[in-house]
Design a protein around this ligand. Structure first.
Ligand SMILES: Cc1cc2nc3c(=O)[nH]c(=O)nc-3n(C[C@H](O)[C@H](O)[C@H](O)COP(=O)(O)OP(=O)(O)OC[C@H]3O[C@@H](n4cnc5c(N)ncnc54)[C@H](O)[C@@H]3O)c2cc1C
Length: 356
């Protein structure tokens, strides 16, 4: 266990989770530094708030299983409602390839002891989401305990609970890993590579949303067309439309998204986009689209909590606990060795269907 101070670079949901998990285990010498003037200056405030265990690699399934357990106890442990709403995630397949990916992801989940995801035929898929046009759907997968969370409530919960335990927050300046007597945690999100050498690159993601409408119910499952990644959900009375592609400009992207939405959800044919409420933010991508969690291969006083590649809010409860265990115990209660930072130099990138 390190004797010196612990400095966490970044007061996003991951930095605040790490801070709270260290403080709740008795560390009283923690500082969280953020270059913005207040909480929520990074990607956490831009997240749409999806939560799922439907992943295609064991390590992501394990992160989700641990996070879900922690979300279920979040209010009593941290003091804030994380807004966990198990409305389900429905993945849809138009092709045999996509269906095979969903099936192999379901098998990975089962091998991890997670049995809640089931394959569904076309009829069941349309029963689970009766609002979609399903003539070219051949099946899919559904997990009823996937659903939604509230990113900024989770961030606020961890930050306030950490402050109550004595964690200090400093805003408005950069953290840099300059003092060898200090243990640093890089929780700098999409900007992680500016803090120290780590293969994280920012990737812009856009969200289109309609004006408030009651065209679709608030508890509609997150619905994802696995072949092209188009997905949609309802949040605060608006329908959110997402498509993780990068056409040359925003106008083309918007036309493509609206076109998909109208074809696939006929009730949206007349729903207008509220351009003032559409937004974009940055994913923190790693080369294999998995998080980078552990001690830096060449900087022994730096721990990395980076590269969640768009899943950082849902995995923040687990990553915070695991980084605290690494720092305080030198080992973790859940095997996340696949996420070790040295895997890139070893040529051991994580493979498997990532499902987005
Ligand atoms: C459009 C969109 C939708 C998303 N939807 C979801 C979703 O549904 N579910 C999900 O789980 N995830 C989602 N994500 C991803 C999620 O937002 C991120 O994975 C998560 O917020 C990462 O948290 P973080 O704490 O690492 O980063 P951030 O919240 O970005 O925090 C990093 C902080 O570090 C600070 N910082 C950077 N460099 C320094 C430095 N050198 N010194 C001091 N401070 C520094 C920044 O100011 C920032 O406040 C989405 C992201 C986007 C953009």
């Amino acid at each position: 266990m390190p004797d010196g101070r612990i400095v966490i670079a970044g007061a996003g949901v991951i930095g605040c989770s790490v801070a709270w998990h260290l403080a709740v285990r008795g560390r009283d010498d923690i500082v969280v530094i953020d270059r913005h003037q207040s909480l929520g200056g990074g990607s956490t405030a831009q997240a749409t708030g999806g939560f799922r265990t439907q992943f295609g690699t064991a390590v992501n399934v394990r992160l989700s299983m641990l996070s879900r357990q922690k979300l279920l106890h979040f209010r009593e442990e941290v003091g804030v409602d994380p807004g966990y709403q198990p409305s389900g995630y429905l993945f849809l397949a138009n092709t045999q390839n996509a269906l095979a990916e969903l099936r192999s992801a379901r098998d990975v989940q089962r091998a991890c002891g997670f049995t809640e995801t089931r394959m569904v035929g076309r009829d069941e898929a349309l029963a689970l989401n009766p609002y979609i046009e399903g003539s070219d759907i051949i099946g899919g997968s559904f997990c009823p305990t996937d659903g939604f969370i509230r990113p900024m409530e989770i961030l606020r919960g961890y930050a306030e609970a950490a402050q109550r335990l004595g964690v200090r927050f400093e805003f408005g300046h950069d953290a840099r890993p300059l003092d060898p007597a200090v243990t640093y945690v890089n929780a700098a999100g999409a900007w992680a590579a500016e803090f120290c050498d780590v293969p994280v690159t920012p990737l812009r993601r856009r969200v289109a949303c309609t004006f408030t409408t009651d065209a679709l119910p608030p508890d509609m499952p997150m619905t994802i067309w696995a072949d092209d990644g188009f997905h949609t959900r309802v949040r605060e009375g608006r329908v959110l439309l997402l498509w993780p592609d990068t056409p040359p400009d925003d106008e083309i992207w918007m036309d493509e998204v609206v076109d998909r939405a109208k074809k696939r959800i006929p009730l949206l044919r007349n729903a207008a986009i509220d351009t003032d409420h559409c937004w974009s933010g940055l994913y923190e991508m790693s080369p294999d689209r998995h998080a980078i969690v552990g001690r830096h291969p060449r900087m022994p006083n730096v721990y990395l909590a980076n590269g969640s590649s768009g899943h950082g809010v849902m995995h923040s409860p687990a990553i915070g606990q695991l980084i605290a265990e690494m720092i305080l115990d030198g080992t973790t209660s859940v095997d996340v060795s696949d996420l070790r930072p040295s895997r890139f130099e070893e040529g051991q990138l994580i493979e498997g269907p990532t499902l987005l």
